[in-house]
Design a binder for this molecule. Structure first.
Ligand SMILES: [Fe+2]
Length: 328
């Protein structure tokens, strides 16, 4: 059976979606009907910051395999900023530990919405930190409030991400699919799936897309905050520290994915295949810092949330997504 992308995940023990219906029935206090219809305050994943021991290797991988463009360095000259579109950066690679998550940046549509979201989260038990102009300048946003999720990740809600004055030109000709869906998705492990669901579904206002159980009794939860099928996914791995397993970037051409896979300079974690739930055709690279990068096309959209029906799957992939060693 095609599964998620590491031996570690193969060993996971999954638990079932016992409280799924209960979670969907609850409408938290203070929830705005207008915002509910508009998918809440979070527009999408706007940027990600990770750590890496070898910045030069990440620069080579990011440009020649993924087709990301090097952005300008600002105050943090030792940080690698990578562009996917008109924004000054979408992925920041900081000198640090391999596998480290520095921050996830979620975009809010306006300053008024950022303040209203902060008020709503306060009612739900989360007090956001209003970040200083200096912090905002480093991140190149107009305003930012932050918190920490149950897995210990720094979560930033921002308004006004800086646009570059230079056009985006991919070194490989890649064109990234962002639009109204944010830059992609993140797949993380957690120690307690109930904590994950409470934070992201009940408090932040994400919605459940579907669940996948590779082993009966434990489910991976896929959540959306815009038409992208999922912006976030997580599964409980009790006893293991939470980790960022992969980040997904979507491009607009199967050829771009194929050429990247054939590049040969990056190790593949999984060969090309199609996922069951989001329909993404993708391959997975092992980045120089250990975090996998899913690189794909044709991700499914959820345009009408009222019409969406939450499904449950027992396999991650319809075809492909084989480990390279198995195909040798
Ligand atoms: Fe993924």
């Amino acid at each position: 059976m095609a599964g998620y992308n590491s031996r570690r995940i193969d060993r996971w023990t999954f638990r079932g979606p016992e409280r799924l219906r209960e979670t969907r029935r609850r409408r938290p206090q203070g929830w705005s009907r207008r915002k509910d219809a508009q998918m809440g305050y979070i527009k999408g994943l706007g940027y990600i910051g990770i750590g890496a021991e070898d910045i030069d290797a990440w620069r080579e991988f990011g440009t020649t395999v993924l087709g990301l463009q090097i952005g300008d360095a600002s105050e943090a000259e030792d940080t690698l900023y990578l562009r996917m579109d008109s924004r000054t950066y979408r992925l920041a690679v900081h000198p640090g530990a391999n596998g480290e998550v520095r921050y996830f940046g979620y975009e809010i549509g306006s300053h008024q919405d950022l303040a209203a979201f902060a008020d709503l989260l306060r009612q739900r038990g989360i007090d956001l930190v209003e970040e200083s102009p200096d912090v905002c300048a480093v991140r190149r946003v107009a305003a930012m409030r932050s918190t920490t999720d149950p897995m210990g990740n720094r979560i930033e809600f921002f308004v006004g991400h800086e646009e570059s004055t230079a056009p985006f030109v991919s070194p490989t000709g890649a064109s990234f699919v962002i639009g109204d869906m944010g830059i992609g998705h993140a797949f993380m492990t957690c120690t307690d799936i109930d904590e994950f669901r409470h934070f992201y579904l009940d408090q932040l206002g994400f919605k459940l897309s579907d669940t996948v159980s590779l082993v009966p009794g434990n489910a991976t939860y896929f959540l959306h905050c815009n038409p992208r099928h999922h912006t976030l996914a997580s599964v409980a791995v009790p006893g293991a520290p939470p980790m960022l397993h992969h980040i997904m970037f979507q491009v607009d051409s199967l050829d771009t994915v194929g050429y990247a896979q054939d590049n040969g300079s990056a190790a593949l974690d999984l060969t090309i295949g199609r996922h069951t739930n989001d329909h993404m055709v993708s391959c997975f690279f092992k980045s120089p810092s250990g975090v996998c990068i899913e690189y794909g096309i044709d991700g499914r959209r959820i345009d009408d949330d009222d019409a969406w029906v939450v499904s449950h799957y027992t396999a991650a992939s319809s075809w492909g997504h084989a480990r390279p060693a198995a195909t040798a």
